[in-house]
Ligand binder design. Sequence first.
Ligand SMILES: Nc1ncnc2c1ncn2[C@@H]1O[C@H](COP(=O)(O)OP(=O)(O)OP(=O)(O)O)[C@@H](O)[C@H]1O
Ligand SMILES: [Mg+2]
Length: 522
Amino acid sequence: MVISPTAVGTTRRSRAQVIEMHLDTLYQVSQVLSCSSGLQDILSGVLHVLHESSDMRCGMVSLLDPGTGELMVGAAHTGTRERVDKVRYRPGEGLMGAILKEGDTVMVGRIADEPRFLDRMGLYAPDLPFVGVPIRVGEDNPIGVLAAQPICGDDGLLEERARFLEMVANLLAQTVRRAWDLEQERQALTDERDRLRREVRGGYHLDNVVGHSKEMRRVFEQVRQVAKWHTTVLVRGETGTGKELIANAIHYNSPRANGHFVKLNCAALPDNLLESELFGHEKGAFTGAVSQRKGRFEQAEGGTIFLDEIGEISQAFQAKLLRVLQEGEFERVGGTRTLKVDVRVIAATNRPLEEEVERGDFREDLYYRLNVMPIFVPALRNRSEDIPDLARFLVDKLAKAQGRPLDITDSAIRTLMRHEWPGNVRELENCLERAAIMSETGTIDLDAINLTGLEDKLPLSRKPEPEVEVDLDDPDLDERERVIAALERAGWVQAKAARLLGMTPRQIAYRIQTLKIRVRQF
Ligand SMILES: Nc1ncnc2c1ncn2[C@@H]1O[C@H](COP(=O)(O)OP(=O)(O)OP(=O)(O)O)[C@@H](O)[C@H]1O
Ligand SMILES: [Mg+2]
């Protein structure tokens, strides 16, 4: 659209009036800069103020595209509306390109007389003047161009108008720079998030679940099958067999891999906290609920929730969980609104759930609901042929963590294979970590293994009959003796010992700390 001098019909103003008008406009521009949020809104807002309040029309901001080095129109005011065209100028091309390249203000008395004027936007009245100024931060090269057309012909005040536009450009420059910096930071954060996501996914790729025994190959096959579907999966197996690793592998190999994998250890929290942790709570639902909070189920929307140690939850909570599994529905604690979520549930337990159902400790309906697709991760003692690969894999993992090369000798591996590993892969991992610390050279040999105290724990075949077991209910036992006896009976697996004593894992951890019991690490 072209505006003719008659169309704008201006009255001639004095120099003082023009300067006062410019000051007022600058004030309004500064308000736009401090209020608007996005760069696009700011550009449009500033051009709108120029158009409405000053004697400059058809403002246009072009910004440098750092990728191509070209000027790209960021916003333009046509007189009736703002528009953004995909018009570009190469450095030096036309009037705009010349301002960007030279970095100097350009004032033209009558735009039609300017040979470099390309009129790509079709905005300007040919008989009126034109002012274009570079947008630059400090002494650096310009990052863009601000151009506009005074509404009156040559009245001897073109210089004043150019100074005014330069001031607007200076104000804009800071904002554009900040917006670019923010965008760069946001991009860097997004890249980092994607990289970490890829890394996490890579870490749980099935390649990282080591094992080639018949038992483990069956597990891998089951993981691949169930990963494709939405079915609830129950991962079972002794402590340290890799249940959590398998749950991760299912998620990261499933169509939900881009969603969240949210984990909750059900044994770590008492009932009331477990409920608000899983389902969230409304503001004021209980003392301390100062604001509304989303629960893990809501956080896992579109992804997977992993309920570890599911065998530990109370009867009351079992009923609540059954409803989510059946209907996908729940209410936040203290809330009345029913929420629906699309979440895949993977649960894990090392408890013999069937026996608990038999005894009436675990709801039968919940058991069937969870057990749709059970995966049994075999104990390490039943697949000792996996130990060499596992040992080498774990030694590599330790080497990365310790930042030095590590290796393990064949004789050390043979010794590892003869052991029973009641704490399974986790115990093997801890034993190797201790051995690595013992090894100054970085080679884990028989000596390093023996230094970990492994020879004290006899292999299955040579294990003597257990000594007369301490009666945990013996009233003569003091608390410390009772906890130690339970830990010994549980092979020093704290969760198991806690169960023997009817405690939660947290409670036993607290007792161990306060009674100063030195825990034998596996
Ligand atoms: N097949 C495997 N390949 C590689 N690493 C494994 C394997 N199985 C287990 N691990 C490692 O052993 C450790 C214990 O595994 P994980 O935590 O998954 O066991 P878990 O069955 O969940 O134990 P718990 O019942 O005590 O919670 C982890 O560091 C895991 O990475
Ligand atoms: Mg676990």
